[in-house]
Design a protein around this ligand. Structure first.
Ligand code: NAD
Length: 257
Protein backbone atom coordinates (compact mmCIF):
# COMPACT_ATOMS: atom_id res chain seq x y z
CA UNK A 1 0.00 0.00 0.00
CA UNK A 2 1.38 3.37 -0.91
CA UNK A 3 0.02 6.68 0.28
CA UNK A 4 2.63 8.58 -1.76
CA UNK A 5 1.44 12.02 -2.78
CA UNK A 6 -1.22 12.19 -0.07
CA UNK A 7 -1.02 14.65 2.80
CA UNK A 8 -2.15 13.55 6.26
CA UNK A 9 -3.02 15.96 9.04
CA UNK A 10 -2.95 14.37 12.49
CA UNK A 11 -4.22 16.46 15.39
CA UNK A 12 -2.47 16.04 18.74
CA UNK A 13 0.52 14.27 17.25
CA UNK A 14 3.57 15.33 19.26
CA UNK A 15 3.01 12.34 21.57
CA UNK A 16 1.39 8.93 22.00
CA UNK A 17 -1.05 7.53 19.44
CA UNK A 18 -1.01 10.63 17.20
CA UNK A 19 2.77 10.45 16.83
CA UNK A 20 2.56 6.70 16.21
CA UNK A 21 -0.07 7.28 13.52
CA UNK A 22 2.06 10.01 11.90
CA UNK A 23 5.06 7.68 11.82
CA UNK A 24 3.09 4.79 10.24
CA UNK A 25 1.43 7.05 7.63
CA UNK A 26 4.85 8.51 6.74
CA UNK A 27 6.26 4.97 6.42
CA UNK A 28 3.40 4.28 3.99
CA UNK A 29 4.53 7.31 1.95
CA UNK A 30 2.15 10.07 3.06
CA UNK A 31 3.40 13.57 3.76
CA UNK A 32 2.48 14.37 7.34
CA UNK A 33 1.45 17.47 9.26
CA UNK A 34 2.00 17.16 13.00
CA UNK A 35 0.13 19.29 15.51
CA UNK A 36 -0.33 20.23 19.11
CA UNK A 37 -1.04 23.38 21.09
CA UNK A 38 2.65 23.93 21.96
CA UNK A 39 5.32 25.37 19.66
CA UNK A 40 8.67 24.08 20.88
CA UNK A 41 11.92 23.11 19.17
CA UNK A 42 11.14 19.49 20.09
CA UNK A 43 7.79 19.69 18.28
CA UNK A 44 9.47 20.81 15.03
CA UNK A 45 12.31 18.33 15.56
CA UNK A 46 9.79 15.45 15.56
CA UNK A 47 8.63 16.47 12.08
CA UNK A 48 12.24 16.78 10.89
CA UNK A 49 13.05 13.34 12.32
CA UNK A 50 10.09 11.73 10.48
CA UNK A 51 11.06 13.45 7.21
CA UNK A 52 14.65 12.23 7.57
CA UNK A 53 13.66 8.66 8.43
CA UNK A 54 11.07 8.22 5.66
CA UNK A 55 11.84 10.77 2.93
CA UNK A 56 8.34 12.30 3.03
CA UNK A 57 7.57 15.97 3.65
CA UNK A 58 6.75 16.54 7.30
CA UNK A 59 5.95 19.71 9.14
CA UNK A 60 4.62 20.80 12.51
CA UNK A 61 1.77 23.32 12.82
CA UNK A 62 0.88 24.78 16.22
CA UNK A 63 -2.90 25.01 16.74
CA UNK A 64 -4.99 24.64 19.88
CA UNK A 65 -7.73 22.09 19.27
CA UNK A 66 -9.84 23.60 22.07
CA UNK A 67 -10.38 26.64 19.81
CA UNK A 68 -12.64 26.54 16.74
CA UNK A 69 -10.59 29.07 14.77
CA UNK A 70 -7.34 27.19 15.43
CA UNK A 71 -8.90 23.91 14.22
CA UNK A 72 -9.85 25.54 10.93
CA UNK A 73 -6.50 27.38 10.66
CA UNK A 74 -4.67 24.04 11.03
CA UNK A 75 -6.38 22.68 7.90
CA UNK A 76 -5.61 25.87 5.95
CA UNK A 77 -1.97 25.90 7.12
CA UNK A 78 -1.50 22.22 6.21
CA UNK A 79 -1.60 23.16 2.53
CA UNK A 80 -3.73 20.11 1.68
CA UNK A 81 -5.52 17.49 3.71
CA UNK A 82 -6.24 14.17 2.00
CA UNK A 83 -6.17 12.16 5.21
CA UNK A 84 -7.50 13.78 8.38
CA UNK A 85 -6.87 12.02 11.68
CA UNK A 86 -8.71 13.59 14.60
CA UNK A 87 -6.69 12.32 17.50
CA UNK A 88 -6.15 15.18 19.99
CA UNK A 89 -7.61 14.25 23.33
CA UNK A 90 -7.41 14.77 27.06
CA UNK A 91 -8.85 12.92 30.04
CA UNK A 92 -10.10 13.78 33.50
CA UNK A 93 -11.45 11.30 36.02
CA UNK A 94 -13.86 12.36 38.81
CA UNK A 95 -17.35 11.51 40.09
CA UNK A 96 -19.96 13.60 38.31
CA UNK A 97 -20.81 15.77 41.34
CA UNK A 98 -17.14 16.79 41.67
CA UNK A 99 -16.36 16.99 37.95
CA UNK A 100 -14.99 20.51 37.27
CA UNK A 101 -17.08 22.40 34.70
CA UNK A 102 -13.91 23.68 33.05
CA UNK A 103 -12.67 20.11 32.53
CA UNK A 104 -16.04 19.09 31.05
CA UNK A 105 -15.88 22.02 28.60
CA UNK A 106 -12.25 21.33 27.65
CA UNK A 107 -12.84 17.60 27.06
CA UNK A 108 -15.91 18.24 24.90
CA UNK A 109 -14.01 20.94 22.95
CA UNK A 110 -10.77 18.99 22.36
CA UNK A 111 -12.09 15.41 22.10
CA UNK A 112 -15.29 16.17 20.14
CA UNK A 113 -15.86 19.69 18.80
CA UNK A 114 -12.37 19.93 17.26
CA UNK A 115 -13.29 17.06 14.91
CA UNK A 116 -16.42 18.92 13.78
CA UNK A 117 -14.32 21.99 12.92
CA UNK A 118 -11.47 20.15 11.15
CA UNK A 119 -13.89 17.98 9.15
CA UNK A 120 -15.94 21.04 8.15
CA UNK A 121 -12.74 22.77 7.02
CA UNK A 122 -11.28 19.76 5.17
CA UNK A 123 -14.19 18.09 3.39
CA UNK A 124 -14.51 20.57 0.50
CA UNK A 125 -10.85 20.09 -0.46
CA UNK A 126 -11.32 16.31 -0.32
CA UNK A 127 -14.31 16.59 -2.69
CA UNK A 128 -12.24 18.67 -5.11
CA UNK A 129 -9.37 16.14 -5.03
CA UNK A 130 -11.67 13.11 -5.40
CA UNK A 131 -10.14 11.37 -2.37
CA UNK A 132 -10.60 11.80 1.33
CA UNK A 133 -10.11 9.71 4.42
CA UNK A 134 -11.32 10.93 7.80
CA UNK A 135 -10.32 8.82 10.79
CA UNK A 136 -11.51 9.81 14.24
CA UNK A 137 -9.61 8.27 17.12
CA UNK A 138 -12.48 7.47 19.47
CA UNK A 139 -12.08 4.82 22.18
CA UNK A 140 -13.60 1.68 23.65
CA UNK A 141 -15.27 4.41 25.70
CA UNK A 142 -17.06 5.45 22.49
CA UNK A 143 -18.94 2.16 22.68
CA UNK A 144 -19.04 1.38 26.42
CA UNK A 145 -18.79 3.42 29.61
CA UNK A 146 -16.82 3.47 32.85
CA UNK A 147 -17.67 5.38 36.02
CA UNK A 148 -16.01 8.75 36.71
CA UNK A 149 -15.30 9.50 33.02
CA UNK A 150 -18.54 11.37 32.22
CA UNK A 151 -17.04 13.97 29.87
CA UNK A 152 -14.68 11.54 28.13
CA UNK A 153 -17.36 8.89 27.56
CA UNK A 154 -19.84 11.54 26.36
CA UNK A 155 -17.27 13.03 23.96
CA UNK A 156 -16.22 9.62 22.62
CA UNK A 157 -19.82 8.46 22.10
CA UNK A 158 -20.35 11.84 20.42
CA UNK A 159 -17.48 11.33 18.00
CA UNK A 160 -18.84 7.90 17.04
CA UNK A 161 -22.14 9.63 16.20
CA UNK A 162 -20.32 12.34 14.24
CA UNK A 163 -18.45 9.59 12.35
CA UNK A 164 -21.71 7.92 11.28
CA UNK A 165 -23.19 11.24 10.16
CA UNK A 166 -20.17 12.25 8.06
CA UNK A 167 -20.04 8.71 6.63
CA UNK A 168 -23.60 9.20 5.40
CA UNK A 169 -23.02 12.76 4.14
CA UNK A 170 -20.07 11.58 2.01
CA UNK A 171 -21.35 8.07 1.18
CA UNK A 172 -21.66 8.70 -2.56
CA UNK A 173 -18.27 10.39 -2.82
CA UNK A 174 -14.72 8.96 -2.71
CA UNK A 175 -14.48 10.03 0.91
CA UNK A 176 -14.79 7.79 3.96
CA UNK A 177 -15.18 8.61 7.63
CA UNK A 178 -14.53 6.02 10.32
CA UNK A 179 -13.70 5.84 13.99
CA UNK A 180 -10.93 3.73 15.48
CA UNK A 181 -11.71 2.62 19.02
CA UNK A 182 -8.59 1.71 20.99
CA UNK A 183 -8.64 -0.09 24.29
CA UNK A 184 -5.78 0.79 26.63
CA UNK A 185 -2.54 1.92 24.98
CA UNK A 186 0.37 2.81 27.27
CA UNK A 187 0.81 6.49 26.30
CA UNK A 188 1.36 9.61 28.45
CA UNK A 189 -2.45 10.00 28.71
CA UNK A 190 -2.72 6.58 30.37
CA UNK A 191 0.48 6.97 32.42
CA UNK A 192 -1.07 10.09 33.97
CA UNK A 193 -4.05 8.06 35.25
CA UNK A 194 -1.90 5.49 37.06
CA UNK A 195 -0.90 7.51 40.20
CA UNK A 196 -4.51 8.56 40.99
CA UNK A 197 -5.80 5.04 40.41
CA UNK A 198 -3.03 3.66 42.68
CA UNK A 199 -4.25 6.02 45.42
CA UNK A 200 -7.93 5.34 44.82
CA UNK A 201 -7.60 1.55 44.97
CA UNK A 202 -4.54 1.50 47.28
CA UNK A 203 -2.70 -0.67 44.76
CA UNK A 204 0.79 -0.93 43.30
CA UNK A 205 1.50 0.27 39.74
CA UNK A 206 1.67 -3.33 38.51
CA UNK A 207 -1.68 -4.19 40.13
CA UNK A 208 -3.34 -1.09 38.67
CA UNK A 209 -2.14 -2.07 35.19
CA UNK A 210 -3.15 -5.73 35.57
CA UNK A 211 -6.25 -5.58 37.75
CA UNK A 212 -7.80 -2.21 36.84
CA UNK A 213 -6.69 -1.13 33.37
CA UNK A 214 -6.26 -4.47 31.63
CA UNK A 215 -9.03 -6.06 33.68
CA UNK A 216 -11.49 -5.23 30.89
CA UNK A 217 -9.03 -5.98 28.07
CA UNK A 218 -9.31 -9.76 27.54
CA UNK A 219 -5.97 -9.98 25.69
CA UNK A 220 -4.32 -8.69 28.91
CA UNK A 221 -1.98 -6.65 26.75
CA UNK A 222 -1.88 -2.97 25.87
CA UNK A 223 -2.54 -2.13 22.22
CA UNK A 224 0.44 -0.30 20.67
CA UNK A 225 0.73 3.00 18.83
CA UNK A 226 2.16 1.08 15.85
CA UNK A 227 -0.98 -1.09 15.72
CA UNK A 228 -3.15 2.04 15.79
CA UNK A 229 -1.04 3.62 13.05
CA UNK A 230 -1.33 0.49 10.93
CA UNK A 231 -5.11 0.50 11.34
CA UNK A 232 -5.31 4.13 10.19
CA UNK A 233 -3.02 3.37 7.22
CA UNK A 234 -5.35 0.50 6.25
CA UNK A 235 -8.38 2.81 6.44
CA UNK A 236 -6.56 5.22 4.11
CA UNK A 237 -5.91 2.45 1.55
CA UNK A 238 -7.99 1.47 -1.50
CA UNK A 239 -8.93 -1.79 0.24
CA UNK A 240 -10.96 0.26 2.74
CA UNK A 241 -12.83 2.38 0.18
CA UNK A 242 -16.19 0.80 1.11
CA UNK A 243 -15.65 0.97 4.84
CA UNK A 244 -17.41 4.09 6.04
CA UNK A 245 -19.51 5.40 8.90
CA UNK A 246 -18.36 2.65 11.22
CA UNK A 247 -16.01 1.81 14.07
CA UNK A 248 -12.99 -0.49 14.20
CA UNK A 249 -12.03 -1.66 17.66
CA UNK A 250 -8.36 -2.20 18.51
CA UNK A 251 -9.07 -3.22 22.08
CA UNK A 252 -7.90 -6.80 22.69
CA UNK A 253 -11.53 -7.95 22.89
CA UNK A 254 -12.81 -5.35 25.41
CA UNK A 255 -16.05 -4.60 23.54
CA UNK A 256 -16.73 -8.29 22.89
CA UNK A 257 -17.36 -8.83 26.60
P1 NAD B 1 -1.34 11.63 24.69
O1 NAD B 1 -1.57 12.47 25.89
O2 NAD B 1 -0.05 10.93 24.52
O3 NAD B 1 -1.62 12.46 23.37
C1 NAD B 1 -2.63 13.41 23.27
C2 NAD B 1 -2.21 14.38 22.20
O4 NAD B 1 -3.19 15.42 22.13
C3 NAD B 1 -0.87 15.05 22.53
O5 NAD B 1 -0.12 15.19 21.35
C4 NAD B 1 -1.30 16.40 23.07
O6 NAD B 1 -0.30 17.39 22.87
C5 NAD B 1 -2.52 16.65 22.20
N1 NAD B 1 -3.38 17.69 22.72
C6 NAD B 1 -3.91 17.83 23.96
N2 NAD B 1 -4.61 18.96 24.04
C7 NAD B 1 -4.53 19.56 22.84
C8 NAD B 1 -5.03 20.76 22.30
N3 NAD B 1 -5.74 21.62 23.05
N4 NAD B 1 -4.72 21.07 21.02
C9 NAD B 1 -3.96 20.25 20.26
N5 NAD B 1 -3.46 19.10 20.71
C10 NAD B 1 -3.74 18.75 21.99
O7 NAD B 1 -2.56 10.59 24.67
P2 NAD B 1 -2.93 9.37 23.72
O8 NAD B 1 -3.20 8.23 24.60
O9 NAD B 1 -1.95 9.23 22.62
O10 NAD B 1 -4.34 9.86 23.16
C11 NAD B 1 -4.57 10.15 21.80
C12 NAD B 1 -6.03 9.90 21.50
O11 NAD B 1 -6.31 8.51 21.67
C13 NAD B 1 -7.00 10.65 22.41
O12 NAD B 1 -8.10 11.13 21.66
C14 NAD B 1 -7.44 9.57 23.38
O13 NAD B 1 -8.70 9.83 23.92
C15 NAD B 1 -7.45 8.36 22.48
N6 NAD B 1 -7.38 7.09 23.20
C16 NAD B 1 -6.29 6.76 23.93
C17 NAD B 1 -6.29 5.53 24.59
C18 NAD B 1 -5.13 5.08 25.42
O14 NAD B 1 -5.24 4.07 26.09
N7 NAD B 1 -4.00 5.76 25.38
C19 NAD B 1 -7.39 4.67 24.51
C20 NAD B 1 -8.48 5.06 23.76
C21 NAD B 1 -8.46 6.27 23.10
Amino acid sequence: MSLAGKTAVITGSNSGIGLGVARELAKAGANVVLNSFTDTEEDHALAAEIAKATGVDAKYVQADMSKADDCRRLIAAAGGCDILVNNAGIQHVAPVQDFPTGKWDAIIAINLSSAFHTIAAAVTGMREKGYGRIVNIASAHGLTASPYKSAYVAAKHGIVGLTKTIGLETAQEPITCNAVCPGYVLTPLVEAQIPDTMKEYNMSREDVIKNVMLERQPSKEFATVEQLGGTVAFLASDAAAQITGTTISVDGGWTAL
